[in-house]
Design a protein around this ligand. Structure first.
Ligand code: FES
Length: 163
């Protein structure tokens, strides 16, 4: 297990830094001892829900909102640097910010390519509901994760945000 002295910020993938954070002030949000390697948790500041994740690439801070339909990633699963959403099985790569597995509902990926609905192994194929619901699924774009700058000061995890 990593000690707090090993804590370090992970690199933010190119072009995926949250808007307005380049010159935002850093806020101490969590003592590093509360986020052992291989864990993640939600930290709320005002109306902003953040996901803090400690991986072997370092500490990431993203929105605690799935890039698909905004479910809280903090109650999903973490495997290495892949975070899995609890709602539609979407998986997201924290290192690249890309979708590692499209949600079961399908839809458009970040580049606009369409992906059909799918079912997990062992489950019956899902039938698309008729009408607007199917259209909404088809047109929902799964975006990329957005990142907030992180720094570690005296063992505390600090994140650049605007309140
Ligand atoms: S809300 Fe996360 S995969 Fe749909």
């Amino acid at each position: 297990m990593t000690s707090t002295t090993d804590l370090h910020p992970a690199s933010i993938p190119p072009r995926l830094q949250a808007i307005g954070t380049a010159d935002a002030p850093f806020h101490a949000l969590l003592d590093g001892s509360a986020l052992p390697e291989g864990t993640m948790r939600r930290v709320t500041v005002g109306e902003l829900d953040l996901l803090l994740v400690n991986t072997d690439h370092g500490v990431f801070a993203t929105d605690d909102r799935c890039p698909h339909m905004s479910a809280p990633l903090s109650i999903g699963d973490l495997e290495g640097c892949i975070v899995a959403c609890p709602l539609h099985d979407g998986k997201f790569d924290l290192v690249s910010g890309d979708t590692a597995q499209m949600p079961t509902t399908g839809g458009l990926d970040a580049d606009g390519t369409y992906h059909p609905t799918w079912s997990p192994a062992g489950k019956d194929p899902k039938v698309d509901p008729p009408g607007k619901k199917a259209e909404a699924r088809r047109l929902t774009r799964v975006r990329r994760l957005r990142y907030y700058p992180v720094r570690i000061t005296n063992g505390a995890i600090e994140v650049a945000i605007r309140e």
